[in-house]
Design a protein around this ligand. Sequence first.
Ligand code: NAD
Length: 482
Amino acid sequence: MSTETVRTHLFIDGGWRESAGTETIPVISPLTEERIGSVPEASVDDVDAAVAAARAAYRSGWRDLSHAERAAHLRRFADELESRAEERARTVTSENGMPIALARFAEGQAPVQLLRYYADLIEATPAEEERTSTPLPGTTIVRREPVGVVGAIAPWNFPAVLSMFKIAPALAAGCTVVLKPSPETSADSYVLAEAAIAAGLPSGVLNIVNGGTEIGQYLVAHPQVDKVAFTGSTAAGRQIGRVCGELIRPVTLELGGKSSALILDDADLEQTVAGLASASLLNSGQTCYMSTRILVPESRYDNYVDAITAMSSSLPIGDPMDENVAVGPLASERHRNRVLSMIDRGRNDGGTVTTGGGRPADFDRGFFVEPTVFAGIDNSASIAREEIFGPVLTVIAYDGLDEAISIANDSSYGLGGTVWTTDPDRGVDVARRVETGSFGVNYYNLDWGSPFGGVKESGVGRELGPEGLAAYQSLKSIFLPA
Ligand code: NAD
């Protein structure tokens, strides 16, 4: 008996529309490697229809609602999404292998929290403020207006919450959205659409088009799109940035990372290594801000390598629907093969694998990769420079704090990072010296109320917090002489 979930329509203009194209995108279980469903691939005609619906909704009232009215819509949307949180979490786990305990929070609850956070924020933020002007006496009214129609593009690693990083502030600001999920994780966005319909979100305010790179490119360059919000790889971000530069189109780019964990000489070994399980390996390492370069004082190098090896090899691997599993299969076969090829490069560069190093022996199917630790390698190795996006850690020795910070900063990326110390003030001093967009002292946490994003090749612009709202607003100054 087939257990496939077959979706036949796209969510456009507030309802279900048959795709104008004929192609479908399979949903593949990373656990069984079997096809578990399919969604229709959008054609360019569907994208045109979605963008036209978004523009009509924008012009015909969404942008003109009061902040309190938009907040009320966001709260109803949050309630409907909350009642589907378990369904969404399970859908994400089945499509990308995310451990269910993590999916329940990150993909089930977190999008709900974000909608409520931005509902509260927009309600508390006036659209206009008055300033006393200078040099001519008078008043300037500074208005925050929505930028318009947003093309939002999401990756597969945290599909629900990373879409909501864009949708919640965009809708709060008065923008309308066309979302393009990743082809690996299109299924969960149907739960999002069902919640939008049940919440009575006005037609066209949110639209979803499934597709890969080509549909993404078409959306990015669409003449009726006013802003692009992208999360994904640096390679794709570079292309999107180029197109948006040519079009003078505002763009937010949340890209890759290769962050470091700086373990100071006063750190408590046991607590630090326990903390690294989540700071370095969350979602089987498929998280952009992971501290995967672990910088350890030379004098304690062997102790840390042993402890990190023991921690990594003790993480339960298996069916991601099992509550106790910490490491699920990677999201796709292509990605699994890429991670395995990076492990080979690490070996060829002279690294010593202290645990893992390949596919786990006891699984004959599923896109699994064992948590893998490399030692005896420095920051010039390709596995220390390139994003792997899997459960692969590199432990690097340093001699003195200045060298540790210089190794941390010797990267083309700057997205996350952590410091581990028994002296939090010392930790904050280190945080100030690391070139990055976000950082954690003895933990790493995303704060809905504070900006998140990268420096260097990790991106341009910020999501979350009031700064994430500002990314969907344009400023207008209206001068009145005294
Ligand atoms: P990807 O760049 O391959 O794809 C991301 C999305 O962009 C997908 O929806 C894809 O279909 C689309 N896309 C790809 N090329 C495009 C193009 N030229 N024009 C328009 N759309 C295009 O990334 P991925 O493999 O899905 O995700 C993993 C990457 O995402 C990693 O590099 C990771 O670090 C990054 N990421 C960054 C953050 C962050 O907040 N900085 C968060 C999560 C993931």
